[in-house]
Structure formats: structure tokens, C-alpha cells
Write a protein of this length. Sequence first.
Length: 546
Amino acid sequence: MVLRRDLKGFLLGPWPPNTVQPFVHELTHHWCFHSAVGLALALLRFRSLRRPPTLDRDAAPLLLDEMLTVDTMLELIRPLSEGLALFAEYDIVPGTSSISSTPLAWISIAMSARSEQMDLSQPQAAYELTDRLVNLRLSRDSLIRKMNFLSCSSAALRSAYLDGYITVKRLYLDLSQSVPALADTDLFLCYLRSYLFEDYGMVAILAGEDGDTFDRQVAMIERLGQRLAELYYPGLAENVAIFEQFSNRAPKGDRSNGIPGLGLSSWELEHGLKIQERLLTELQDDAQAAPTMRLLSNVQRVWLSRRSLVYVASEPAKVQVRNGVVSAWPDPPDQEFPLLTGLAAVAGAADTEARESGWVSLVLQPQRGLFATVVGIGSRATAIQWPPAVVDPASDVAALLNDPACSPVVVQEQYELIKKWVDGYFQEAPEPMKTSIAQTRQSTQSALKRIADWFLGRWGEDEKAALRCLRSTNYLWELFDGDKKMFETFVALGVLRNFDVLLPSLTAALSKQGWDVGQALRVAIQIQTKGVSLVRNDQGVFRWLL
């Protein structure tokens, strides 16, 4: 995203098409981790940073436990997090459910003008957004990107992107058969995100004080495997109905006691909530603490608040403040015209002698549907511009955007410092800690492979044959014997899964794009003989599953 090029589209809508899918992908990550599990991981990391730099023999294992716990959970959940983000990019459309996911709500904002915001509760608006999404996903760039991650050769990307997406897509195909309500792709995304990331049973394991590091890792792996297996147990339909009914309320509705319908026992919920409250209490101001510790705790409370923000794009700018009016020019310049001009300066913004080095940033508060362009110099905001439709922005969000600790400059600096500290901790760990860390990471990857293999095996009637095909060097690419156009055809027909692509009128239109539906069906039969089923016969209508 390039603000100097795309800012007008961001403010007035619709957003430039090439920005929508990458934005939805990253927004889905934020949405996932803005959760009970994400909060526990953040608070555990905060606690680690509050520990003194030199630790005695008794305290060092506590820090190792915290560091490895967060590290292991991030690795365990990464494939599913990437799978959910890719599913949001390529699969969700408005459905019949009474609730709407945060990614879908922002898709509707990004793909319409501010003066024509869509009401997705109205069928016509839902149909129109679906058409726009289908056209976007059938674009050349979108198809190529999906083909790339479905045939990636990088081991890291294979685990995170391909295994994650294939797992989430398999869950959708399976669960929508047993629970008709989950045929609604957006409801499925909402439920699976909450099922995995609002799991207070996992929170209790992450921050529990019983057991050693190895026992905790085993419990985390077993918990994730158990939760995925339980999605196939009887009773899911009832849980989904409870979840949907509870979630059909205003975003500010009280969720402090957890979300019902996620298959959690009363003990798991109560124990996890108590542990979450304990972690939050540790962050409260303590008048008896050392000054440096009180300062760090205060900074971390700001970090906790700014977790609600999403920094979409930022870039350097030359900023001028004159008589309460702010203007900003691209830096380096590419034209004489300003990026923004005539903005009202925030209270306390002093006049500048000339154009000073600063920044322009697009910042979102996703849960409330708010976003603004923020202009600043150093760590200080000089102006906050809300889009035309926002008449009365929430005062707490405005205060947060005006906080120096929330400027993109400070956020980036602190992110790099924390990353350097975390990387340094693991790289410089002495023996036998270094061996323990390596063994923990290896067993985590082995567990992820076992989980992915189980779902990969479900892509065919013969589990071993499907797994053998999908674990080949180039994954799905090898199923098409080097026919790139046929691979593209399968991906395109997957976008059109809700349409009967064998209708003559649609077949003719697809043929003009070089997508031969008849030949694709014959290839699908050939691929099925190899052990992988990529097409489903749904009462006479063929659904491409990629």
C-alpha cells in the first residue's frame, strides 16, 4: 500500500483493488489475536520484559518457561492463523447468518464509496458485495497469488500457508456437511476463530503455574489436537446455534465471561478467566515498586490499549503547522501538491518554522469500524482526519491516536527493540537451555506435521494415497502434470463454487477466459484416481473445492 498513491481511495472509497486482499489477510490476523489467547500471550511477554536483566538460578527457569510458552504457542497456532486469513481472503461472502465477521465488515467498507456504505442485512447489498468479491478473486493477480501458495516449495511457507489453508478448507468442507449453518462461510470463519482463540482452556495451560516447561508444551499440543478433533463430535450444531445467538449483539456487548457455544467446560472457562484476571492484575500500578518498574508497567498498559489499533500503512512526509492548520507533502517529493492540506491541528500542536520531517499514517480501530489518517512529527500527532462519514468519533479512540506511544514511529521502534530482545534471548541462551529450546521447537514442528497430515489425508477416500500426493515436492502443482492453465482453471472454478459452472451460458463465458470446464471435469476424475478429490458432486452440481 502506498499512501501517496492510494490515500484518496482509502478516505473516500472504494479502496484500490490491489490493496483489499492483503489488507483483509493482515486484519484477520489482528482479529484472531485480539482474543483471550492473544491477550494471554501478550501479557506473558509483558511479564517476561518486566523481569530483571540478571536472574538467579531459581528465577531463570521461570523466564525460560514464559519465553518458550509464547514461542511454542505462536508456532502451534500459526498455520491455523494463516489458514483463517487465507480463507477470509478467498472464501468468505455474505451469508444468511445474523452475525458478520470483522473481516467481512471491513471488506464492505473497503469495496464501496463512503457515501454508499453497504447494509449487509439487506439481500441486495449482500448480492452486490458477493459479485464484487467474485470479480476481485478472479482477477489475474489474485489467481496467481493463490496458485503460488498452493504450490509453494518453501518448507516454512508450506507449513504455515498451504497446510494451514488446506486444513481450514477441509474443516469447512467437512463441518458444513454435518452442520448446515456452517455452509455460511462467514459464520464458519467467526466460529472457528472464536473456537480456537477464545479457548480459556488453552489460556489456563499457557499461564498456569503447575508443571514444568516440557509438561506445558505437551499439554498445549494435546489441547490443540483435542479441540480440532472435538469439532467432529456430535453436538456441534447446537453449539453453533448458541454461539450465533449470543454473538448477535452490539460490538460493545459484555463478553467478559467468555462466549458460550465453544465447547468449554465450566471449569475450563472459570479457571481460564481467573488466570486472565491475575495476569491483568499484575500489570496494575504498584506504588511500592521501583520507579523503573512502575514506568515500564505504565508503558505496557499503553501497549495493552493500543492492541485495539491496526496500522494499515505509514510513510514519511514533510509536515507544516501554521495557525492551527496542518499540511503534509510526500517525502521524498514526487509532486508539488500536498498529500493533505487544510487539516485542523490537534490541541497543543505548535506552529513549525518550515516543513519538518514527519509522517502520515492510516490507522484503524476495527471493532468499531473507525479509521483515520493521522499526521505527525516525531512521536506527536499534529492532525487527525476522520473520513467524511464519521461525524462524532469515539473520544477514547481519538485520545489513543493522539497518544505519543501510539505514533507509528514509536510503535515501530518498540517492535524492533522487543523483537531484538526476544531473538537475542533464544540465540544467546547457554547450554543446556539452547538444546532444550531446539528440542522443544522440533517437537512442535513434529506435532504440526501430524495434525496437517490428518487433514491432508481427508482429501481423498484413501488417506495414505491422498497424503502421498499432497506431500509431494510441489503439492497441488504436481497433480496437473505441468498444465498451468488447468491449475488456474481449478482455482478459478473454486472461486465460483456457488455457481453451476456447467450451465451453457456460464461455460461459454468461462471459455473466453481460457477456462475449459468440461476438460477440467475430466482432469478432476483423473486426479481422483491418484487419490485426491478436488470436486464434489452436490446433487448434480459440481463444486470445485480449491
